[in-house]
Design a protein around this ligand. Structure first.
Ligand code: RTP
Ligand code: MG
Length: 145
C-alpha cells in the first residue's frame, strides 16, 4: 500500500480533557507518524472554510461554534494507507457506535464532541493538509523503533 498523508485534528474536547499525548500515542503505536504538529485557535472563518462541505447540514453552526470553543491540535500523519488507517483508529463518528479500542469509543463525549477529526479520502486529505500546512512545515523523518 502507498505511503499517504492525512490531516488529523484533536478537537477542543480532547485538548480540554488533557489527552493530547494519549491520542498521539495511539497513532504512533499503530504506524502513523506525525510529520507536522501545531496547536491552534481556529477563527470562525477558518472553521467554516474547513467544514464548508457541511454548510447545508443542520449541525453546521454548532460544529463551527464547538471547533472554535478552544484550541485544537492540527497534525499531518504519514504512513501506509494513512487515510483509512486513521479513520479506523478514530472509530465511528458517534462514540456510541464506535468499535472497542478506538479513540472515539474510549475518549469522546458525544456525536459532536468526538475528540478527533480525520480526512475521509485521499483527495480530501490533500486539500485539508494544505488548508493548514504549507509544505515547508511538514518534516519527513525515519523511525528507529
Ligand atoms: P470528522 O469530519 O470530524 O472527522 O468526522 P466524521 O467524518 O466522522 O463526521 P462528519 O459526518 O464529517 O461530521 C463532521 C463533524 O460534525 C459533527 N457532527 N455533529 N450533531 C450531529 O448530529 C453531528 N453530526 C456530526 C461531529 O463533530 C463530526 O465529527
Ligand atoms: Mg468528516
Amino acid at each position: 500500500m502507498a505511503i499517504e498523508r492525512t490531516l488529523s485534528i484533536i478537537k477542543p474536547d480532547g485538548v480540554e480533557k488533557g489527552i493530547i499525548g494519549k491520542v498521539i500515542a495511539r497513532f504512533e503505536e499503530k504506524g502513523l507518524k506525525p510529520v507536522a504538529i501545531r496547536l491552534a485557535q481556529l477563527s470562525k472563518a477558518e472553521a467554516e472554510g474547513f467544514y464548508a462541505v457541511h454548510k447545508a447540514r443542520p449541525f453546521f453552526a454548532d460544529l463551527v461554534k464547538f471547533m472554535t470553543s478552544g484550541p485544537v491540535v492540527l497534525m499531518v500523519l504519514e504512513g501506509e494507507g494513512a487515510v483509512a488507517k486513521n479513520r479506523e483508529i478514530m472509530g465511528a463518528t458517534d462514540p456510541a457506535k464506535a468499535a472497542p479500542g478506538t479513540i472515539r469509543k474510549d475518549f469522546a463525549t458525544n456525536i459532536e464532541k468526538n475528540t478527533v477529526h480525520g480526512s475521509d479520502s485521499p483527495e480530501n486529505a490533500k486539500i485539508e493538509v494544505s488548508y493548514f500546512f504549507p509544505e515547508v512545515q511538514i518534516h519527513a523523518y525515519e523511525w528507529k523503533k
